[in-house]
Write a protein that binds this ligand. Structure first.
Ligand SMILES: Cc1cc2nc3c(=O)[nH]c(=O)nc-3n(C[C@H](O)[C@H](O)[C@H](O)COP(=O)(O)OP(=O)(O)OC[C@H]3O[C@@H](n4cnc5c(N)ncnc54)[C@H](O)[C@@H]3O)c2cc1C
Ligand SMILES: NC(=O)c1ccc[n+]([C@@H]2O[C@H](COP(=O)([O-])OP(=O)(O)OC[C@H]3O[C@@H](n4cnc5c(N)ncnc54)[C@H](OP(=O)(O)O)[C@@H]3O)[C@@H](O)[C@H]2O)c1
Length: 418
């Protein structure tokens, strides 16, 4: 391996291929990882991006449905230092967003190392360095690598793994059972009775898509949910809330949002969609749950094309039994039960990982950072990326200044991207 530097001071390291990275290792080549890489470039800091998939933005390219559009206006979703093309609509489609991310990577010349799934990352107190172990799969061959670096940026996303619920009888259910991440289009469910489990943004939109493709969807709403119109009087609800928060306390904005939602959507409680006792912004802040932005599902619920049902008791013999005792025939089940981060499984760093990353959001101790973990979607990721690159950039400049004053015996080869 010509690009490798083999460390000689630790026996254990001989068993793996060790790679010294000059600058930070960024784990994940989704929007957060790309944004951080681009901001580091601007700071003149070299880096290495490790990605488990064989492409950038794997969530968007592989695990999203065809009709998906960004729910927020485009100016809230663009990454730092590279605006969306002028001709993009207010709510870009998933393919437009993927095109944008590919142009972004090209523009900043970001070339991740693909097929590198991070298995563990540990801070070595003695050397003051991070040791990041990956497995790279090439066909049936597995190669282990160890990357050694001073800074680690966690950019693996809040939605890295699917949440698969345990429901009695589901394992024996004979029909199709898929997670929302495998759902592409309702065409294959035409004429079928489909149970959609979960009423977040995914469950609501997939039910709409199923209905539009002449399937008969029922959506399971086991607790409460905030549904808001995507726009109020032609203005994005999210944008309105952001503007109001500059002047008004959160509880007042929450009250105004609920009045607006009532004016536009009416009383959703009568369709089985019970609102939480907290307002939508407080619900998001305290429970981490994103309000659903309605893009037509409510109309279908109102017309009876989509049925709302309560929690599931069990599956048996091709039918589902609900907690209210009702039984329904079901041909297929779509689990829109959400996602979770995978960071606790590989990052060996005690402070990480609360629901929102580090206690301080983007910055941990000992040179570790997190981007995109504060439940603020793409705009939150951009904010974190700018902060992280600024912080590392400063340390990098201090380091390089000091190094100029020292003569370093440098027999090793480092790799990183610049
Ligand atoms: C269906 C859907 C629609 C969404 N729509 C919006 C929207 O409109 N607006 C919005 O703001 N947010 C939206 N989100 C939230 C969305 O996840 C984020 O906004 C965005 O993708 C976050 O980017 P990220 O880079 O942090 O995470 P991701 O996009 O998930 O990227 C993380 C990357 O890390 C890689 N990775 C994970 N684990 C490892 C590992 N162990 N080793 C190496 N690589 C790893 C993954 O393969 C992935 O490429 C949506 C989410 C879903 C599921
Ligand atoms: N265009 C867009 O912008 C767009 C589209 C889709 C998704 N997204 C984003 O992607 C992220 C994930 O959204 P998501 O909708 O996939 O997940 P989510 O918001 O986490 O919603 C998961 C849903 O599944 C329910 N659930 C979980 N386990 C269940 C069980 N055993 N039985 C019944 N219901 C169960 C949850 O109910 P409880 O509330 O009771 O736990 C919740 O309603 C969010 O940030 C969302 O905003 C965005």
């Amino acid at each position: 391996m010509e690009d490798m530097f083999r460390l000689v001071d630790c026996e254990e390291m001989f068993s793996k291929r060790c790679i010294w990275v000059n600058g930070p290792v960024i784990v994940g080549a989704g929007p957060s990882g790309l944004a951080t890489a681009a901001c580091l470039k601007e700071q003149g800091v070299p880096f290495m991006v490790l990605e488990r998939a064989e492409c950038i933005a794997s969530l968007w390219q592989k695990r999203t449905y065809d009709r998906l559009k960004l729910h927020l206006p485009k100016h809230f979703c663009q990454l730092p230092n590279f605006p969306f093309p002028q001709h993009f609509p207010e709510y870009p489609s998933k393919n437009q967003f993927i095109d944008y991310l590919q142009s972004y990577a090209r523009h900043f010349d970001i070339n991740p190392r693909f097929n590198q799934c991070v298995q563990s990352a540990r801070y070595d107190e003695i050397s003051g360095l991070w040791r990041v172990k990956t497995v790279a799969t090439c066909g049936s061959v597995k190669n282990e690598f160890e990357y050694i670096c001073r800074w680690l940026v966690v950019a693996t996303g809040e939605n890295a793994e699917c949440v698969m619920p345990e429901i009695e009888g589901l394992g024996e259910f004979k029909g199709d059972v898929i997670h929302a991440c495998e759902y592409k289009c309702g065409e294959r469910f035409k004429g079928k009775k489909v149970l959609v489990v979960g009423c977040g943004n995914s469950g609501m939109e997939l039910s709409l898509d199923l209905s539009n493709h002449n399937a008969s969807p029922s959506i399971v709403v086991r607790s409460s949910v905030h549904v808001l119109p995507r726009e109020v009087f032609g203005k994005s609800t999210f944008e309105l809330a952001t503007l109001m928060l500059q002047w008004l306390p959160l509880w007042v904005v929450d009250k105004i949002l609920l009045v607006l939602a009532w004016l536009v959507l009416g009383n959703i409680g009568k369709f089985g969609l019970k609102r939480p006792s907290e307002g939508p912004l407080l619900w998001k802040n305290t429970k981490g749950k994103t309000p659903v932005l309605d893009i037509g599902t409510l109309e279908k619920i109102r017309s009876g094309d989509i049925k709302v049902v309560p929690a599931i008791k069990r599956f048996s013999d091709g039918c589902v039994e609900l907690v209210n005792g009702e039984k329904q025939d079901v041909d297929a089940v779509v689990l829109a039960t959400g996602y979770r981060s995978n960071v606790p499984s590989w990052l060996q760093e005690g402070e990480f990982f609360s629901e929102n990353g580090f206690p301080d959001g983007w910055k941990g101790k000992v040179g570790v950072y997190a981007v995109g973990f504060t439940r603020r979607g793409l705009s939150g990721a951009s904010f974190d990326a700018i902060k992280i690159a600024g912080d590392i950039g400063q340390l990098w400049k201090q380091d390089t200044k000091q190094k100029k004053h020292r003569t370093i015996a440098c027999h090793r080869r480092c790799i990183s991207q610049f």
